[in-house]
Design a protein. Structure first.
Length: 109
C-alpha cells in the first residue's frame, strides 16, 4: 500500500480469505480499490490466501476539541524600544521597516 494512504486506512477484519478494509473517505476508498488486485497478489505471495478485498468508507471519530488558542503576550516597553530602534536603522524602502512600523502602531501602550 502506498505510504501516503497508510494513515487513512485500516484493516477491519480478515475472514475466510476475505479482507475488509476501512478507508477514511471516498477518495481513499477509490484509490484502495484500484490497488486491490496488486495488494491481493502481494499478500498471496506472502502465504496469505486472499480471495476478495472489500473496501468501505468508515469515518473515524473526530479528534477531541482543542483548547482555545491563547494569544501571546504583547511586547513590553523594552521590546517596543528595541523594535523602534531597529525600524529606525532600516532603509526607507525596506519591507521589514514597514512591517515593524505597522506592528508598533498596532501595539497599544
Amino acid at each position: 500500500m502506498p505510504e501516503a494512504l497508510r494513515p487513512h486506512v485500516r484493516v477491519a477484519n480478515f475472514r475466510l480469505g476475505k479482507l475488509f478494509i476501512h478507508a477514511a473517505n471516498g477518495a481513499v476508498a477509490a484509490k484502495i480499490r484500484q490497488f486491490g488486485p496488486s495488494l491481493a497478489s502481494d499478500l498471496s505471495n506472502k502465504e496469505v490466501k486472499i480471495t476478495q478485498i472489500e473496501v468501505r468508507v468508515q469515518a473515524r471519530n473526530p479528534s477531541p476539541p482543542q483548547p482555545p488558542h491563547e494569544r501571546p503576550a504583547l511586547p513590553g516597553l523594552k521590546q517596543k524600544q528595541g523594535l523602534t530602534a531597529l525600524a529606525q536603522r532600516l532603509p526607507v524602502e525596506s519591507p521589514l521597516k514597514d512591517a515593524l512600523e505597522r506592528l508598533l502602531r498596532s501595539v497599544k501602550e
